[in-house]
Each structure stands twice: as structure tokens, then as C-alpha cells.
Design a binder for this molecule. Structure first.
Ligand code: MG
Length: 261
């Protein structure tokens, strides 16, 4: 789940044993996303996906993190096509051939959070959507490459944005990635766009970051629907979302949700 920038949240550094717990939390998230990839098909409702994800978390000793978070009603954020993030699972929303569906899942495990997202293709999708998925996915990895001790958060942001804009797509600015730990949303904010010369925090060993590019085929502008949650693109163009939680070590970034395929 992405963060709407508000007041600055605290940055906490994690110990090696805390990072091990967070790896387990994030692998539960990854396992759930892999299970949903197998099950997400034309005719399946987003309510069913939500149910399966919650069951998966509970079977693995974790609790769904988004359910009840600021009143969010689901365990999953499920966002179809022009929906960017924070779509609410519903029996009335049924996947159809040609859709793209962004699935964002978070759990709490032994007091620590995991958070990751993928965008899936339902059956055959058109070339424009397929390329949007690939570019968004790759932009996440471009950002992760920069998540190194000595760099600043803006190095992650600038790398994501540069990759996305090379293909003529736009990054969402209204929602950002975030630190994660004993809280779902901690500092620092991790925007998907460069803030230029403004000083952003230095990246330090022990930080755990949820990096999550949200990329639109058309305009970067988004709006929130009347349900108070669902974010859509203003021009109704498709949008994709990929997210990993990563820990920073002296040697480089470690993807905690590394079991996602
Ligand atoms: Mg997140």
C-alpha cells in the first residue's frame, strides 16, 4: 500500500534479526501474490482474490495489514486497468480477458510488516498494456539498484523516473513508497520522481524501504473516487504498479519479497 505524503514519519534502522523477521513477513506476502497469479483469471471476482489472500496470510501465522488500516475495508488493494492503487475488493468487480490488475498485499508477522505488489495480465492483453507492465516492473529494479549506502533516496526516485519517462510514460506523484518496519508506513518517503536538488535522506544500512513505482500510460494526474480510496488516472489511461520491500545492507540492497515470480 502506498503512502499519501503528509507529516514526516520517523526513519528506523533495523537489526539483522529484525530484518530476518521482515524477510519472513515479505515472503508470506510474496507467496500470497504467487498464489493469486495462478488463480487470477477471467470470471474471478476481486472479492475472491481478497478472501484467498487473507486465508493465505492467516495459514502462515500472519495477519493482513491493510484490513482496517485507516478504515480500508479489504485485505488486498486490487486495482484494475485505469485504477492506479487502493482499489477495494468487491463481488461486483469480476476480472475479464484483457484486463490488467494491480494487486498490493501487506501482512504483519511477529510485529513487523511486509508489503509488495504486482500487476498481472488477465489472458491476452494488448501490446500497449504489456509494455506498460514491463517498463513499470523494470523501473522498480532500476530504483532498487540505487538503494545503496552512500546514495540518497533521490537516487532511487530519479532512476525510476528516468526509466519510465524514456518510454513516454508518467510516474504518479501523489503517492509514494515508504520506509517499513514495525509500522506499515515509516519514513523516509520514497517518491518515484526526482525532487531535484532538494536534500533527501542518505541511505543507511538497516533501512527497510518499500519501493513502489506507480506508472501511467498517459498523464501523471490521478483522482480519488467517491469511495474515498480508489485512485484512478485522470485520463482513464491504464496504470501499473510493482512493489518490493528491500533491506539495505553494507553490501547493497536485499529484496525481502524475493520469492515473487
Ligand atoms: Mg507500500
Amino acid at each position: 500500500m502506498s503512502n499519501a505524503p503528509a507529516t514526516a514519519k520517523q526513519i528506523t534502522l533495523k537489526t539483522v534479526s529484525e530484518i530476518e523477521i521482515m524477510r519472513r513477513a515479505n515472503r508470506i506476502v510474496g507467496g500470497a501474490l504467487n498464489m493469486l497469479r495462478e488463480k487470477a483469471d477471467a470470471g474471478v471476482s476481486t472479492w475472491e482474490l481478497d478472501l484467498w489472500a487473507e486465508e493465505f496470510a492467516r495459514q502462515h501465522g500472519a495477519t493482513p495489514a491493510f484490513k482496517g488500516y485507516h478504515g480500508f475495508p479489504g485485505s488486498l488493494c486490487v486495482s484494475l486497468n485505469e485504477q492506479v492503487v487502493h482499489g477495494i475488493p468487491s463481488k461486483k468487480v469480476v476480472l475479464a480477458e484483457g484486463d490488467i490488475v494491480s494487486i498490493d498485499f501487506g501482512v504483519c508477522y511477529k510485529g513487523f510488516y511486509g508489503d509488495a505488489a504486482v500487476t498481472l495480465a488477465i489472458g491476452e492483453i494488448d501490446a500497449a498494456k504489456a509494455n506498460l507492465l514491463k517498463v513499470t516492473h523494470d523501473s522498480l529494479y532500476k530504483g532498487i539498484e540505487q538503494a545503496r549506502v552512500g546514495n540518497r533516496i533521490n537516487d532511487i526516485s530519479a532512476a525510476v523516473q528516468a526509466h519510465v519517462e524514456k518510454y513516454g510514460y508518467s510516474v504518479v506523484k501523489q503517492f509514494v513508497g515508504h520506509g517499513i518496519g514495525a509500522a506499515l508506513h515509516e519514513g523516509p518517503e520514497v517518491p518515484n520522481y526526482s525532487v531535484g536538488n532538494k536534500r533527501t535522506p542518505r541511505i543507511m544500512a538497516g533501512m527497510v524501504l518499500a519501493i513502489e513505482p506507480m506508472v501511467n500510460l498517459g498523464t501523471f494526474e490521478v483522482k480519488v473516487l467517491k469511495d474515498g480510496w480508489t485512485v484512478i488516472t485522470k485520463d482513464k489511461s491504464p496504470s501499473a504498479h510493482f512493489e518490493h520491500s528491500i533491506a539495505i545492507s553494507e553490501e547493497g540492497p536485499i529484496i525481502l519479497s524475493d520469492n515473487i515470480y
